[in-house]
Design a protein around this ligand. Structure first.
Ligand code: SF4
Length: 361
């Protein structure tokens, strides 16, 4: 039974300098056509068992109020058991009217693309908002009682010294939101930064920024529960936990990916083809070995790691039957530990997760 779904809204008002996500410039006409197609996709699925729904993008809040209302009405009418309903928003295109629509259809969590609390850096990233707009949007949500808010921040930006990053984190904590996600900038070849050959911060500064953030957020009541995610007690993202627990999830709409019954799939990525009703789906059937590794790859991102009993129930063999040798090596290096039912990374192992996973491959 699938309990989670991700729906991709592939439109953005403008293109951020670091971004190579799947998205198109927003257009009223294309959005209308897309809405018709994605509504048909939603109606073709049985969504009754869903517990979490996540609308990401792109920029879902780039939809007009009327488009947002029609999209949410379709979702809400088909998801009677939803417990967590998240939508990503950007501060420049979200207002009271859209907030009221979100709340009317049961959205109870917003993930806000803040990225920095420094106007100069926001401009350099080609973001459309400024710090003032971040304050306003958070104030608006709280005033309406929507307090389950998450913000995204980016570090290792060009021209971002450690002290500028510290200032962003201080201001972010002062926003008093219960969930914060941190992402290190990566320069993607197809992004504006990639094409301009912009350099991100060096590895040493990036590591210093990450470590400072962990200590600072921990000191301020946020628990790091995943490599990039920090939450006050009870505010962990249930939807994202489904990914990290390697559960099945529907991927809905153009550009979304999903996983169901040992098959991972990528939906049609060409918007024009999608609008004509084409649904090319790339699928990969995962072998048991691939699934075991992916289970570890996702689960070891969590600070609580993986459950040995869940592993055994899923794969009908014990973790140690398969990974004894690699585990012994990683544990001797101080990167993995076994605590009761759990295998997890040490703090050093979490920093070196890539190396840990290579050893488990
Ligand atoms: S970062 Fe987000 S808002 Fe910016 S272009 Fe990419 S998808 Fe759109």
């Amino acid at each position: 039974m699938v309990e989670s779904a991700y729906l991709h809204v592939p439109f953005c008002k403008s293109i951020c300098a670091y971004c190579d996500f799947f998205r198109y410039g927003s257009s009223e006409t294309l959005q209308e056509q897309w809405l018709k197609q994605v509504s048909a996709d939603l109606e073709a699925l049985d969504l009754a068992s869903l517990k979490t729904f996540y609308i990401g993008g792109g920029t879902p809040s780039a939809l007009s109020p009327s488009q947002l209302e029609r999209l949410l009405a379709v979702i809400a009418s088909r998801t009677p058991q939803l417990e967590e309903f998240t939508m990503e928003i950007n501060p420049d295109c979200f207002d009271e009217e859209k907030l009221r629509i979100c709340m009317k259809y049961g959205i109870n969590r917003l993930s806000i693309g803040v990225q920095s609390m420094d106007d100069t850096l926001l401009q350099a990233m080609n973001r459309r908002h400024n710090v003032q707009m971040v304050h306003e949007v958070i104030k608006l949500c709280k005033a309406h009682g929507l307090v389950n808010l998450s913000i995204d921040l980016i570090y290792a930006l060009p021209d971002q010294s450690l002290s500028k990053w510290q200032e962003t984190l201080r201001e972010a904590v002062a926003l008093d939101v219960p969930h914060i996600s941190l992402y290190a900038l990566s320069i993607e070849p197809n992004s504006l930064y990639g094409r301009k050959q912009v350099q991100k911060a060096d590895d040493e500064l990036e590591a210093d920024e990450y470590e400072w953030a962990i200590a600072f957020l921990t000191e301020h009541g946020y628990r790091q529960y995943e490599v990039s995610n920090f939450a006050k007690a009870g505010y962990e993202s249930r939807h994202n936990l489904a990914y990290w627990h390697y559960d099945d999830f529907y991927g809905i709409g153009c550009g979304a990916s999903g996983k169901e019954k040992h098959i991972r799939y990528d939906n049609e990525r060409n918007l024009m083809a999608y609008l004509k009703g084409m649904r090319a789906k790339e699928t990969i059937t995962l072998s048991k070995e691939e699934e075991m590794f992916e289970f570890l790859m996702m689960g070891l991102r969590l600070c609580d790691g993986i459950s040995l009993s869940v592993f055994e129930n899923r794969f009908a063999c014990s973790f140690f039957d398969v990974y004894q040798e690699a585990y012994a090596k990683l544990s001797a290096q101080g990167l993995l530990v076994n605590e009761g039912d759990r295998i997890k990374t040490t703090p050093q192992g979490l920093h070196l997760l890539h190396e840990v996973l290579l050893a488990l491959m």
